[in-house]
Design a protein around this ligand. Sequence first.
Ligand SMILES: [Zn+2]
Length: 160
Amino acid sequence: MGDAATAEFADVVRATLADPRGWAGAGFRMAEDATAGLVVVLAEGDEVDRLCFPYRTGGRFSCQNGPVVAINADRWRVATAQWTGDLATYRQMLVNHEVGHLLGQHHPPDPQCPAPGRPAPVMAQQSTELDGCLPNPWPLPDELAAAARHEEPLAPPYQP
Ligand SMILES: [Zn+2]
């Protein structure tokens, strides 16, 4: 690691999590602390696979596994063929999606795209398929409302 694409990782994470359009809009505040139990890391595929086990990330996917969000560096560098937005927006989506899992949020029920032409829910698996939805890096109003209700535990463990 340590190329130009990954050098700005911490700045992007910081800015994304502080953005009022993000989970901050559900009342969460990003605070950095070297002793924090929750971590967001960027790693190459083999390390992501290790951090994410028993999730199967196959060298390609990112995950949230307990207190760890592990983001795949290849995806960070180039996004995916299915993504129709730009790379900066993809990175914001990745951070908000995986941190959304950290806040207890789940993938929406199928169809994950509510209607073609609408913004995709941030918790939809946009890296894999947009299904006609518009690429969207920010939680939708109902996603913010769900997170603000705090019905799910933070940092959920592996869920088969
Ligand atoms: Zn997910």
